[in-house]
Write a protein that binds this ligand. Structure first.
Ligand SMILES: Cc1cc2nc3c(=O)[nH]c(=O)nc-3n(C[C@H](O)[C@H](O)[C@H](O)COP(=O)(O)O)c2cc1C
Length: 379
């Protein structure tokens, strides 16, 4: 079972940070399906947290049910990152994570995110400052990184063991470089090299620091393949969870050698969407909930509409998705879900696969200016 510092997780599956998607409501929805060992907030600006900007506080919001939770910080100033880490630890973080993987210009131009892979001294300075603050508080520090910046220059396999030696309690590796952004496939060989490097650097008794593999896990079998091919101690799932919040439950069964449970029925899937809407209305507001419903219906729709009609043909949910994208209120969205459940708003082909490269996906790295919180935002 996966252990991060003093924190024992119930499973070795983690929900990834996905800026603009993994809000409190979605984290709770995934947890309620089962199998989530730890969920992470989207990347947070320490300046925003320290100044108490509304956007940052919304992104960092957590509850007792949202536990254990990782709060992820981005930036490049060790002292500010350390202050942000203290803020996170004092506001409910079970672990604090440093973003060393974001490829978005707005973050990397200020030396944050995956740019830290090019300036290891700064990365190490951040880790040293954060460990100094977090260790006495009993809160583990983790880092999430890509394989490196350039395709032909792997960095993670060198940097990860150094950060572990400085006190980092877990490293997550997304098996792509910054140059790759999200193209191609995550490299299991690349992740395996980081696992090996961290294991080889381990001195002393007891298990070493865990390495968590990440990238392109869309089906339970992908998680099994990730563990088998890389030897990683845990698996982090991002986009796969957007269409399949019960993926953790299924992958966790498979990883333990148990049969994968049957998928939720169409009605249960609609209930998951309803639950998400309800939680967004509870924690945020009508405008936010409606924006998210419109933005995410394609993701939810990837798993809807596969049930056969009375002639035995699988029917898609295109009219439902189109109607939700144009809905004027969440009340209307709830009504559309009811109508779909009653057999209306069906048609078109069911979604083929649950990849992230089809149109209307939404969850692509957002260009500068479209993220919910501008980098280094301040009032
Ligand atoms: C739209 C989008 C936003 C993301 N935001 C973050 C983020 O805030 N912090 C982070 O560490 N990674 C972020 N990621 C990367 C994911 O956490 C994950 O590493 C990546 O999507 C690969 O995993 P997956 O194939 O399971 O999605 C983001 C990815 C996407 C597509």
């Amino acid at each position: 079972m996966l252990r991060i510092g003093r924190v024992q997780l119930a499973t070795n599956l983690l929900l990834a940070p996905i800026a603009g998607y993994c809000d409190l409501a979605f984290r709770l929805v995934c947890r309620e399906q089962g199998g989530v060992g730890l969920a992470c907030t989207d990347l947070l600006s320490p300046q925003g947290l320290l100044r108490g900007t509304a956007t940052s506080l919304d992104l960092a919001r957590t509850t007792a049910e949202d536990s254990p939770v990782g709060m992820q910080l981005y930036g490049s100033d060790p002292e500010i990152m350390a202050q942000g880490a203290r803020w996170a630890a004092e506001h409910g973080a079970t672990v604090v994570d440093i973003n060393m993987g974001c490829p978005v210009d707005k973050v990397t131009k200020k030396d944050g995110g995956s740019r830290l892979l090019c300036i290891p001294d700064t990365a190490q300075g951040i880790v040293a400052a954060c460990v100094r603050v977090l260790e006495p508080m009993g809160i583990p520090l983790t880092c999430k990184m890509r394989l490196g910046w350039f395709n032909d220059r792997p960095v993670a396999e060198v940097l990860a063991p150094r950060l572990v030696a400085m006190g980092v309690a877990a490293v997550t590796v997304h098996g792509r470089t910054t140059e790759q952004k999200f193209a191609g496939q995550a490299s299991l060989e690349g992740i395996a090299r980081v696992v090996e490097a961290v294991k080889n650097a381990h001195r002393g008794p007891g298990p070493g620091v865990p390495v968590i593999g990440n990238g392109d896990v869309r089906e339970p079998a992908d998680a099994l393949r990730m563990v088998g091919a890389t030897g990683c101690d845990g698996v982090m799932i991002g986009r796969g969870a957007l269409s399949t919040p019960w993926l953790f439950r299924d992958a966790w069964a498979l990883l333990r050698g148990l049969p994968v449970p049957p998928p939720p029925s169409e009605t249960q899937k609609l209930d998951i969407v309803r639950r998400y809407l309800t939680l967004m209305l509870r924690f945020r507001d009508e405008r936010y909930a409606l924006d998210q419903a419109r933005k995410r219906i394609t993701w939810f729709g990837k798993r809807l509409g596969h049930e056969p009609d009375h002639r035995g043909r699988p029917v898609g949910c295109r009219p439902l998705k189109d109607a939700v994208r144009h809905a004027a209120s969440t009340a209307e969205v709830f009504g559309l879900l009811d109508r779909y459940q009653a057999g209306e708003l069906r048609g078109g082909e069911p979604a083929q696969g649950v990849g992230c490269d089809s149109d209307h996906d939404g969850a692509q790295p957002q260009p500068a200016g479209t993220r919910p919180e501008p980098a280094h935002a301040g009032p």
